[in-house]
Design a protein around this ligand. Structure first.
Ligand code: KG4
Ligand code: ZN
Length: 362
């Protein structure tokens, strides 16, 4: 079964062809970064127009990359929520037109739920290559209910995933998303764009002391599964520029080593905050016997420290960790096609009345 996926929720226009929900035959991501750079953020109206220009070329490139013709596609999946409404509408309209003209099923997919699916994807040949190395040849299916974590530039949420169509949000950020906090901390520390990955790199400098600065890890209420990163961000600001109105000694600029240590301390605190809430959430997700799965996704799953700590924690708890391959940590359409496949298999097709929605699913 070949599914064409389309994604246009924010500033990336993406298309992909995925076979049987697992094997990515092609994944094209066209970024609008240069278009929005001078404004310091995504301008929704510019984003929509750029999607209109990029969506069909992305689809064509995905089809030719997969070596398939449009007539061989069995269904069209599209991210229809959440995101910028004008941007979403472009992808939804393109997907509807393609599905209608091909007389094939259409399926609307929640973008954030699709991030949870991204660890299920593998690229062509990966199975064979892993087998030859003696490693894991096939990514296992999750055992439901699974624990889910999405950490990106727009979302920081924990889920109980009862099935691919029943995803229950247990907690979310009450202020900044974790990726946003990485980007803002990077800006404060004068780390060039892209902030998150470059902060990760700086924090990984040999000799970095991740305990040099005692930064706050927000706990919120004792049983809360929500996140807050604004206090951590402010602490980085004060450590860099001094506390406004402080009567203490005059603040001196950070030395290069202190800057490295502050980046490492920030990264440690941000990752600890995620692990803290995952530990709390694990008690709320019933496990069948000794099995259990942790599904993860979103741009920040590319973070070296988070990946290592998630792996260590999952191993310690006997959880199977499904981390996306680096190419599928960012917004992409392969995760949309993959989750679309599962939803269609569960009988959840959408009709031509499918609409875009800016808000997250309940
Ligand atoms: O999933 P994504 O593309 O964002 C949304 O669609 O919301 O993720 C982008 C975010 C950015 O904030 C970026 O700085 C962060 O993921 N990011 C990282 C790393 N790579 C990307 N943050 C920390 N460490 C990284 N290695
Ligand atoms: Zn995303």
């Amino acid at each position: 079964m070949l599914i064409l996926g389309i994604e246009s929720s924010c500033d990336e226009t993406a298309a992909a062809v995925v076979q049987d929900g697992r094997t990515v035959l092609s994944s094209v991501v066209s970024s609008q970064f240069d278009l929005h750079r001078e404004y310091g953020g995504v301008v929704p109206e510019l984003a929509s127009r750029a999607h209109v220009e990029a969506v069909l070329p992305a689809v064509r490139e995905a089809l030719s990359g997969a070596g398939v013709g449009l007539g061989m596609i069995d269904a069209v999946a599209v991210g229809n929520r959440p995101g910028l409404i004008g941007s979403l509408l472009v992808g939804v309209t393109a997907a509807k037109a393609l599905a209608w003209s091909l007389r094939k099923p259409l399926i609307g997919v929640d973008h954030v739920h699709a991030h949870l699916y991204s660890g299920m994807l593998q690229v062509v040949g990966a199975e064979q290559a892993a087998h030859e190395r003696g490693g894991l040849s096939v990514i296992p299916s999750p055992s439901f209910p699974a624990l889910g974590l999405v950490v990106s530039g727009g979302h920081t949420s924990i889920y109980r995933v009862d099935s691919w169509q029943n995803v229950v949000r247990l907690g979310a950020t009450i202020d900044d998303a974790i990726g946003e906090a990485f980007d803002k901390a990077a800006a404060i520390l004068d780390i060039p764009y892209p902030g998150g990955p470059n902060l990760d790199r700086l924090a990984s400098t040999p000799g970095a002391d991740d305990r040099a600065f005692d930064l706050p890890i927000s706990r919120l209420a004792p049983d809360s599964l929500d996140f807050s990163f604004s206090g951590l961000k402010t602490a980085v600001l004060y450590a860099t520029r001094g506390v406004p109105g402080s009567r203490g000694p005059v603040h001196t600029p950070l030395t290069p080593q202190q800057r490295i240590n502050l980046a490492a301390s920030f990264q440690r605190a941000a990752v600890e905050a995620v692990l803290l809430k995952l530990k709390r959430a694990l008690n709320l997700v019933p496990r069948a016997g000794s099995t259990g799965t942790l599904l993860t996704g979103g741009g920040v799953t590319a973070n070296s420290r988070l990946r290592a700590q998630l792996q260590a924690w999952a191993t310690e708890r006997g959880l199977e960790l499904l981390l996306p391959a680096p190419a599928f940590t960012v917004d992409n359409a392969a995760m949309i096609a993959g989750l679309g496949h599962q939803l269609l298999a569960e009988g959840r097709g959408s009709g031509m009345e499918l609409d875009a929605s800016p808000t997250v699913s309940a």
